[in-house]
Design a protein. Structure first.
Length: 310
């Protein structure tokens, strides 16, 4: 276990967490807009600019940052759990396989396993934070502002403990997003090099192929992201009046949610808010990596690139 909880691991986990939080805080309004578009039928057919206008006029500019504190706390917990679980699995793999490096497929499977552990562990946090983000003024759900822990306790008491793991199946399947991303990138790269009779890609070519791979992965998994949001914001105790007021409906499970969305709105129902999500994903990814790299570089410069001993 000493190889898991090392100084180097702590630096990278901290840098990754801070980078993720900075990116989320900077582009948080996109997260709010996407959540509202995905969760509420009242915003059906509305563009991103129209949703911004509605939220600002009806709920005030502060609504674009609603629930940001618990979201950042949840993100911090999620990043740390994922990183250390991923690192631990890699250490175990090397110990039991006797290999010094990890091949691509085992590495992807390890990342998937770490993602599943992360989902199962932090799902209650994301259920309550998603509900916080989807709150609107004038609804019953917005009468009392509870903290993260209070909200978790409240949901478990009113709807049962199982409600805290709403949308878990969709979340687990979404862990495959990086695997899809890598597979698409690898295949496009292979065919491009073969077609142009080259041995390697330039930086710009890698960037463009990376964007294509991320776009394909997002398109393939986006319906599950919509279902995930709907399931997390759907309360078992919702009355007919509350559903009409909020535009949020009840669903049994992930499959039930996907089928109902398709019956009501066709393919559009599966891709509500996609434009906002794509902009958010690209901006946050670039910003996150920039902050992460800067923090690691500064720490290595200050510490002389040497692990600190205790």
């Amino acid at each position: 276990m000493d190889k898991v909880f090392t100084y180097d691991s702590f630096v990278h986990a901290t840098a990754g967490s801070i980078g993720g939080q900075c990116a989320m805080a900077t582009f948080y309004p996109f997260e709010i807009i996407r959540t509202h578009i995905q969760a509420s039928d009242h915003l059906k057919g509305k563009s991103t600019l129209e949703v911004i206008k509605i939220l600002m006029e009806e709920d005030g500019i502060g609504s674009l940052y609603q629930g940001i504190k618990p979201v950042l706390i949840s993100l911090l917990a999620s990043n740390f759990i994922y990183f250390y679980t991923n690192n631990m699995f890699k250490v175990w793999y090397k110990q039991y396989s006797g290999k010094r490096s990890i091949p691509v497929l085992p590495n992807l499977l390890i990342s998937f396993a770490a993602g599943v552990v992360n989902v199962l562990t932090t799902c209650p946090l994301w259920v309550v934070t998603t509900r916080m983000k989807a709150k609107r003024k004038g609804t019953d759900s917005n009468k009392n502002e509870d903290g993260l822990i209070q909200s978790i306790i409240k949901v478990s008491k009113e709807e049962g403990v199982s409600a805290l793991w709403s949308g878990t199946l969709a979340s687990i399947v979404l862990v495959t997003n990086p695997m899809i991303n890598f597979t698409v990138f690898d295949q496009v790269k292979k065919h491009y090099l073969r077609w142009n009779q080259k041995k390697s890609l330039t930086s710009s070519q890698s960037f463009i192929i990376g964007l294509i791979a991320k776009f394909v992965a997002t398109i393939l998994t986006y319906p599950l992201q919509v279902a995930q949001t709907k399931l997390r914001t759907s309360k078992k105790t919702m009355s007919e009046e509350e559903m009409k007021k909020t535009g949020i409906k009840k669903y049994e499970n992930t499959l039930d949610c996907l089928i109902k969305m398709f019956k009501e709105d066709g393919v559009y129902g599966w891709y509500k808010g996609l434009d906002t999500k794509l902009v958010q994903t690209l901006l946050m990814s670039a910003f996150h990596l920039s902050v992460y790299d800067k923090i690691v570089s500064e720490v290595e410069r200050v510490m002389g690139n040497k692990p600190k001993t205790h």
